[in-house]
Write a protein that binds this ligand. Structure first.
Ligand code: G3P
Length: 219
């Protein structure tokens, strides 16, 4: 399973990269806004900074909602760095843009996926990744994990190469459940990734090992 971090915060991206388990970064306009990044040039510069920190894919989202606008923005983003994956919303012109970029060999991440039908359409249009938002489905009392299972089954039935990027991960158990269901990638916050580290028996066991080691040294 690939691990992406879902943030535009450079310190958190660096920390995840230094942990040695980071495969990429996803961003969206809300995450960029949260870091105070605005304006065309600043946004492009920020994506370049992210690409310098990580080795893997960096999703950069278009803000246009018409085909021509998405193509213009997406081509500019893709030209920034070969790690950039153009993030396209699941709307009608977005599907056309996915096909356009796929034909041109530009990688895409289709975002705001909330149904298996949307994921199927994005895969048919040649999306590199689809991003089902499991946390936001959970928020409205719908089983987000079930969507991952449905998409996995459909993609396996037809051997679609589109990767399932489980997004809107809210906590560590989401990561584990998505891994069980065969999501190709998960994107979550640093806390949810570091949550995988933790077990009280590890802490208790280490404390005992070190106490015994020190007792032996002092004997
Ligand atoms: O980046 C897309 C997605 O992961 C957003 O998550 O927490 O805003 O629902 P969230």
């Amino acid at each position: 399973m690939k691990f992406f971090i879902d943030t535009a915060n450079l310190d958190q991206i660096k920390e995840a990269q230094e942990l040695g388990v980071l495969d990429g970064v996803t961003t969206n306009p809300s995450l960029m806004h949260k870091e105070g990044i605005s304006g065309h040039d600043n946004i492009l510069k920020h994506y370049s900074k992210i690409c310098e920190i990580v080795d893997g894919d960096v999703s950069a989202e278009v803000t246009a909602t018409d085909f021509d606008g998405m193509v213009k923005q997406g081509e500019e983003l893709a030209a920034l760095h070969d790690q950039i994956v153009v993030k396209i919303p699941m709307i009608e012109d977005g599907v056309k843009a996915l096909k356009y970029f796929s034909d041109k060999g530009i990688r895409t991440n289709c975002t705001l996926i909330f149904s298996a039908g949307q994921a199927l359409l994005a895969a048919k249009a040649g999306a590199t990744y689809v991003s089902p938002f499991i946390g936001r489905l959970d928020d409205i009392s719908t089983d987000g994990l079930n969507l991952i299972a449905e998409i996995r089954m459909i993609f396996d039935n037809y051997a679609y190469e589109t990767e399932i990027l489980a997004a809107s991960i809210r906590h560590t158990m989401h990561i584990i459940d998505c891994a069980k269901l065969g999501a190709d990638v998960m994107t979550g916050g640093l806390d949810s990734i570091k949550g995988l580290l933790k077990h009280p028996l590890t802490d208790i066991g280490l404390e005992k090992f070190l106490a015994d080691f020190n007792a032996g040294q002092n004997a």
